[in-house]
Design a protein. Structure first.
Length: 150
């Protein structure tokens, strides 16, 4: 594993589960699904196309702090429309840079026709980088010890 690996490899490793809601679902339904699936964001998919993303951050800032009702508010009212996306060929390093620069925690991965292939979280990226660094350190330790067979 390396930071120059493609995110498609990361998705193959972590899984390609996609959790989503339609934009007309209630925010309450979205939050309940996030809790059930133990994820911090859901894709908003209408008619098979990505139309937005809703996160716990959206809920906190646009429902709780504004005193709105999660059962009466549709997802479309608080989602981030047209989210930043990446393709499977994007490197893990580039995905992390995009997340950092744009202050986002989730990146939908789409194919060239815009079909969703999976979702990366900042946790997925950090875990990949930690494993990558661990493998590099092990390789260097074996090299220094003269154990080139590993």
């Amino acid at each position: 594993m390396k930071v120059t690996d493609r995110v498609s490899m990361l998705l193959d490793h972590k899984g390609r589960d996609i959790y989503s809601v339609p934009s007309d679902a209630s925010v309450y339904t979205a939050i309940a699904l996030m809790a059930e699936k133990r994820v911090g964001a859901l894709l908003v998919i209408d008619n098979g196309r990505l139309s937005g993303i809703i996160s716990e951050r959206d809920y906190a800032r646009k429902i709780i702090l504004q005193g709105r009702s999660s059962k009466d508010t549709p997802v479309r009212a608080i989602m981030t429309p047209s989210p930043i996306t990446i393709q499977g060929e994007t490197t893990v390093d580039e995905a992390m840079r995009l997340m950092t620069e744009n202050r986002i925690r989730h990146l939908p991965v789409v194919d060239y026709e815009g079909r969703v292939q999976g979702v990366l979280s900042i946790g997925d990226v950090v875990n990949w980088i930690v494993i990558s660094q661990h493998e590099a350190i092990q390789h260097l330790e074996h090299y220094i010890a003269g154990d080139l067979a590993h």
